[in-house]
Design a protein around this ligand. Structure first.
Ligand code: FAD
Ligand code: UDP
Length: 384
């Protein structure tokens, strides 16, 4: 086989590895993906009727505080000055997120100062302490108090995870800050923006190297296709970014994932909701949020009489669904330990990415961890 490295999966993790190994080490890399396009979940494309860029697998916002990652990604794309903001519809009223002084004062019909709000919320939050919170529910209540938790978090989280919030790990909610000022930027990171000419142009530039060959519609587990598992493992080094339980034929049981269903609609209006993402907090609304893609690129000349929206529904994934988010219950974590032990016996196979590590990874984390794998494992591996 005239190839130095096989990369399974062309998402940000796989493409970062491929780009580094091809460019820095001058090695020949084949990247396979079972989908018919590159880019994994970050893939986007122009909706044909309107030309509006849609994120096929859910809205993707780039943000990072990691200087190494920020320097690296800008070799392939520039970024717009987009700043993400999210609102939540609770019982027919719209509130700003993340929970901030604006949310608090609107919800309690008050005009509290930052200190007054802190005092009130800490009284409402006193039933649990943040440091010893054992699960998502306790953590959320310890941060924002029970009334705000029950309005904005409890039912949305139950809809999104289909797991009661008291059985979800506390970390899920750490990503949702609470602010005692009117700042409603969704992310706290130093750098934020959207790729100026879209995600796919960025991803294609990463893959554009004479030492990289991309093969789409190619499943690693289909033994009739080239570069499948039987043919490659043991013969050529492999970076595997597919699901870890699938790699081992689910021998230790299935890891639980959430998947999403997206319902896209083109509407004959210039602006449907006035913002890019509107969450729906109530249990009675079956979807979790609506994305309106035109608002991601206000700098573009999109049609003013049409808009594209996408309703997002969440549910548990079965084996034939795309696994999107690790659910990560206690039994999942136990299984993961068993899979990691098996992984150590796989010769010259490197597991990475969101699916390969069963970890929630934002794009900058996937890229950052691929850069670390390149430096700490692959460079030494190819040096001998
Ligand atoms: P993926 O992008 O999932 O790529 C894995 C690739 O492996 C896929 O293309 C898949 O087809 C391929 N594959 C799997 N199994 C096989 C097989 N057997 N054979 C061949 N190929 C295979 N990050 C952010 O920073 N900001 C966001 O706003 C954000 N929003 C998100 C919203 C959603 C709905 C989702 C699902 C993710 C979001 N992310 C976001 C995370 C982002 O998608 C990931 O960080 C990034 O995709 C991780 O890249 P990856 O390469 O690890 O995995
Ligand atoms: N969350 C919530 N209400 C909201 C938004 C978020 O309860 O209106 C919780 C929910 O549990 C979610 C977590 O906060 O899983 C993280 O939210 P984020 O929007 O960052 O998740 P993602 O975009 O990755 O789905």
């Amino acid at each position: 086989m005239n190839v130095d490295l096989l990369v399974v999966g062309s998402g940000f993790f796989g493409l970062t590895i491929a780009e580094r190994v091809a460019k820095e080490l001058g090695r020949k890399v084949v990247v396979i993906d079972r989908r018919s396009h590159i880019g994994g979940n970050a893939y986007s494309e122009a909706e044909p009727e309107t030309g509006i860029e849609i994120h096929k697998y859910g809205a993707h916002l780039f943000h990072t505080s990691n200087e190494v990652v920020w320097d690296y990604v800008r070799r392939f794309t520039s970024f717009t000055s987009y700043e993400h903001r999210v609102f939540s519809n609770y019982r027919g009223e719209v509130f700003p997120l993340p929970i901030n002084l604006g949310t608090i004062n609107q919800f309690f019909r008050s005009a509290l100062s930052p200190d007054e709000a802190r005092t009130q919320i800490s009284e409402q939050a006193s039933e649990f302490s943040t440091s010893s919170a054992a699960n998502l529910e306790e953590k959320a209540i310890s941060l924002i108090g029970r009334p705000l938790y029950e309005a904005f978090i409890r039912d949305y989280t139950a809809k999104q995870w289909q797991t009661p919030p008291d059985q979800l790990p506390a970390e899920v909610i750490s990503r949702l800050p609470v602010r005692y000022n009117y700042d409603n930027r969704y992310f706290n990171d130093t750098y934020e923006g959207l790729p100026t000419d879209g995600y796919t142009a960025w991803l294609e530039r990463m893959a554009d190297h004479p030492n990289i060959e991309i093969r789409l519609d190619t499943d690693f587990f289909d033994s009739t296709q080239p570069f499948n598992k039987n043919e490659t493992v043991g013969n050529v080094p492999v970076v595997y970014t597919g699901a870890i339980d699938r790699y081992f034929d689910y021998s230790q049981g299935e890891l639980a994932w959430r998947t999403l269903d997206f319902e896209q609609e083109i509407l004959p209006v210039g602006d449907f909701q006035g913002t890019s993402v509107m969450n729906y907090a109530d249990e009675s609304v079956p979807f979790t949020r609506i994305h309106e893609f035109r608002h991601f690129h206000p700098e573009r000349n999109y049609p003013t009489d049409k808009t594209v929206i996408m309703r997002e529904f969440s549910r548990f994934a079965s084996q034939n669904d795309e696994p999107y988010y690790p659910v990560n219950t206690a039994s999942d974590r136990q299984r993961l330990i068993e899979y990691r032990a098996l992984q150590d016996d796989e010769k010259d196979v490197f597991f990475g990415g969101r699916l390969g590590t069963y970890k929630y990874l934002d794009m900058h984390m996937a890229i950052g961890s691929a850069l670390s794998m390149f430096q700490n494992k692959l460079e030494p591996f190819f040096a001998v």
